[in-house]
Every structure is written in structure tokens, then in C-alpha cells.
Design a protein around this ligand. Sequence first.
Ligand code: IVH
Length: 666
Amino acid sequence: MQPVERIAQLREMLNKYNHEYYVLNSPTVSDREFDYLMAELDTLERENPELDDPLSPTHRVGSDLTKGFVQVRHIYPMLSLGNTYSVDEVDEWVKRTQSALGTEPVLVGEMKFDGTSISIIYEHGRMVRAVTRGDGEKGDDVTANIKAIRSIPMVLQGSGWPETFEIRGEIVLPWKEFDRLNAEREVNGEPLFANPRNAASGTLKTQDPSEVSRRGLDAYFYYLLGEDLPADTHYDNMQAARCWGFKVSDAMTRLRSIDEVDAFINHWDKARKELPVATDGLVFKVDSLRSQLNLGFTAKSPRWAVAYKFAAERALTALRFVSFEVGRMGIITPVANLEPVLLSGTVVKRASLHNDDIMRALDIHEHDMLYVEKGGEIIPKIVDVDTQARQTGADRVKFVGHCPACGTPLQRVEGEAAWVCPNHSGCPPQIVGRIEHFVGRRMMNIDGIGAETARVLYDEGIISDIADIYSLDISRIETLDRFGRKSAERIIKGVEDSKAVPFGRVVYALSIPYVGETTAKKVASACGDIDTLMSMDAERLCAIEDVGPRIAESIVEYFSDERNRRIVERLREAGLQMAVEADSTSDGDALAGKVIVISGTFNSHSRDEYKQIIERNGGKNSGSISGKTDFVLAGDNMGPAKLEKARKLGIPVIDEETFLGMIAKD
Ligand code: IVH
């Protein structure tokens, strides 16, 4: 067989297997066989570069990073849907539609997926461009990222597709992937996504298709547009799209009467909780395209469709008291402590009230009955107060004027809703919070000290600032409750190891207000060493990428405090890295041509740093394990599925230390 034929055959087979695996959930070949065929295709394409195709299954994740997104105008503007919130409102819409059309319309009921919408253009059965909703008129071209979502076909199956068409759908992050991603972010000290919708749209905006691929996005399609569509009803068009390889929800149902509409709502109000993805309602559409055309659009939405929004799960419970908690930067957060109440399967006892402004807006009084909501969010929030149930004579809950921990009068940060305790060096929860942050995984990574230990060490008077960690004495730790020789030794070893942590992470570990991980690293590499950093004024700091006036002033203020300077001196004496290291890992060819998959969490460098190290040493980072992978660089908590796959394919899994050894120059 000629390469050209074999390549075509392999592409067709691989596209089919992909579809079976990611859309139909019923693979017919083993992972091994799949990877084997993929490797064969990859070899053939490398040997015959003239036969390459950007939509070949080997190019699901392009190697190049997308540099910013290009804005593209939509052919048909992307409108929104009119919302309804009750069965009665939906019934009214059905009746209005009926009288406008003069007949009882056949409707289609479907899920309203809670993700981020996408419009994809196909020409001659091939994906041409994928664009986000943007402002409805124009959006971002995210084709490279969309290609990384394996349930979306790049080349269509079957036949009968129009020469050119647009298909719209929702990019979603399944609950399982959402939970996994957040668990991973928690371990890494990264901010958690509030809900799968934010996670999906955030992921689509990353400039790195391999990250998109890793996060496990999925897509459901619900709208076909163009001329020469295969059928004259919405339902049949979507069934055709399913045959071409698109994921179309099985929930999509033709409804022929108001009773059927009501039954559909009643069924899915409960059944939606069993779905693998988040939904925030249902959508009803007029099935006949001709009737759709007759009904037309208002300025904002089609008259032929309506959304029914599920009521967010809320519970009513009594406020016990409001506590005020002090963070490591001294910010005071009001927290509603509640009579325990069951909400979406978990017992809720506390909910953040965020800040003074939000608390005032809710106008919370003592013993109030509060509505708690958890619409797909992780942290429950107080959304309303049942003012009818308010006890007579109850006082409004006031924000505290003094720090609940140390009694210092609070200060309001200019232009912000936050109240802050200015006693940074003397307020216990702030000190303990900074110790906790300092020893954290992405900072000094001192094994053996967690939140609880930090508090015990502080309460026992063993450490009273972050620098004291370096004079910890093993015999003193041993005498503490719950500590044995072993755990004491672990702490001491963690402290020793932390002296090798790079300067950028040391800067982050200091807890300088407004200086997050990325900023700390940029500041560290721009300054080079701690003395330069401490001597810089706000103006010079502002010249550093990502540093604005607020961050610059905060850095100057931090180092102008004699107590902070003394801590830095003591950390320097303890032997911490106070300058950027001459780069020992750069620009070799130790990994030339190697395809490496990164998995898990690491100690010496972040994942992003490892990606760069791989590239700087001539290797290629890939998002998923296949026959092409040379080895997996595995940190802690490597996913079991990945481990199993690597094992199955006989791909070496190496740890961080071995890897650093491979690229070290002697
Ligand atoms: S139809 C012209 N169907 O909801 C109307 N939209 O509020 C085209 N959505 O932007 C949209 N599931 O992101 C439609 N089954 C579904 C949907 C759906 C989710 C989203 C979509 C749209 C928004 C409208």
C-alpha cells in the first residue's frame, strides 16, 4: 500500500476510534492498539511531510503555543435566550408561540448546558475555525484549543453534510474533571474555580492547547446553521449532526403538547442531578425551521426558543453568630456561622459574607433567617434574608472596629471593601497564617509542618516568626504532644532542604501583600538578588513586567519596615537562596527529540517551569501518554489512569530527582 493510502486509512480509523471513545463511550479497540496505529501514522507523516494535514489525528494538540487570540466576526450573531423561571411562564410562551403561528407547534426540549458557548465552522467536512461567543458580534478564534478537545470532530464522518455550515454548542467541564482539577489546584496552592462554567471558559482562554487537553473538556452541540441543511426540522438536523460525529445530548426530545412540556420539566428538575455535566436549565425550541423563520428574533433573542432556569438549590437557616476571621495579610473576613442545614447533599455550617459592603447590602440582623445557596459553587453563599422572620428588637450585625484577635483598631484599605488589622508583626493569626504560607508546597515546601503544626509551634512559643523556623531544635519539637522522633526529624530535614529553594519562591514565601506567585518570580528575576530588591523605589519596581503602582508600593512598604528587614537578614544567615541562581539547567540537548509527559505535583520547580526546562533542553512536552511518549516525568499524586497507561505501554516513569540528574551539566 502506498503511504498516501495508508495515511488516509489510518486517519479514518483513528478518527472513528476517537469518536467511539470520546463521544459514544464505547471503544472497540484497546488503548494499546490505538496508540500503536497513532504511532504508525505519526511515523508515516514524518517520513512524508508533503502529506501532512493540520487536521490529522496526530495534530490534536499542536506543539506551538497560541500567541493571543485573533478576533473574528460571527457570520450569524450569537444571541442569548429569553429566560423563564416557572412552568407557568414556559406554558405562556408556548401559548404565545401557538397564537403567533396559528397552530400548535411541535417543540424540542433539551438541556441548557452550563458552560461556555462555541461556534465552529466546517467546510467540506473539515473543521475550519472555532470562535467563542465574545460580545455576540465577534469572538476569539480558539481553533487550536478546540482541536485539543477529543470529542469534537475535526473531520466529519458519514455523509450529507452541507458544503459549509456552522454548528454551535457548549464547551463544558464534566463534574468529575472539575473535582479533579480543583483538587490538583488546591495541592498546588492555586485559586480554585468556583464552578465548572468558570473552569471551562478559563480553560478555553489559556494559550496552551496541551493544558486544554489535560483538563478534560467536553462539548455538547445544539444548533446547526447554514444553507442546505439536511432536514427542515431542528430535531432531525441535530440527529444528522450526531451521525457526522458530534456529541448531541440524548435528553433532546420532541414534545407535542403543553402536558409533554410540563412532564419534561418535572422529570429533568430532578434527573439533571445524575448528569455528568452541569446544567442550569432547559431550553425549548420550535422544531420546524420554517416556523422559526416566521417567528424570527427580537433584538436580543429568538422568539422561537426559550430557556427555563432551574431554581438554584437554597436552604433557609438561622444565623447563630457572625465571626470575624483574620487572614495572613490582616484582612478581616466576616463569616456567618449557621444552624447546620442540608444543602445539595452536604451539611452547611458556615458561609462567607466576604466583606463589610456585602454584609451591609444584606442588612443582616442578629438571629436572622438566612437563605444559603450553592448553585454549583463550592463555597456556599448567603443570598438573602427572610426579613419577615426577623425578631423584634434584633440589632443589625455590625462590622468589628477592632481586630478580634489582637484588639488593634482596624483600617480600611483605600478604594477597597476590606478592613485590615495593621498589626502585622504582632497579631497571632496573621503570624501563624504567614508561617503556614511560608512552609507551603509552592513556597518553601517544608515537609512535616502543616497548618496545625504551625499553630502548635507558635502557641507553644517555639517560633514567633518565619525566620525562627531555621533555629528549630529537634529535642524541643520531640517534647511536644503528638510529636515523636520521626516527625521531628522529618521537620528538620524539610527545613534543611528548603535552603535550596530558588530565590523567586523565597520572595513569594515572605507574604508581601499583593505579591502573588507569578509576580514574585518576575520581581525576583528582574532584581537578581534581595539587596537590589530591598533598595528599589516604587518607580523602578513599576518598570518590571506585571508590577503596577499598588504592588510596587506594597513592596516598598514591606521592606521599609525594620522588622521585615531583620527577618530577611536572619533568613539570609540561615542560608536561604537570596539571589537568582546561575542557570544550571539551560540550553543543553540532553532531551533532544524526546517527547515527555508531565504528571503530578513537584517540589523543585512548578509544572510550567518543567515545561520550559524540557523545551530549553530540546525536548517536547506533550499532554497525554501515547506510543510516542519517551517517558513520563512524574511528581507526587500522579493520576492513577496515567500511571496505568504508562505501565501498559511500557513507558518509563521517572521522578523529579532522576530527571534533574539527566539535564544537569557537570
Ligand atoms: S440555543 C439563538 N440551546 O445558553 C439561541 N443554547 O442563554 C442559541 N446554552 O449562549 C442558543 N444549552 O451558551 C441553546 N441547548 C441549548 C443550550 C444553550 C446551553 C447556552 C448558550 C447560549 C445561552 C443562551
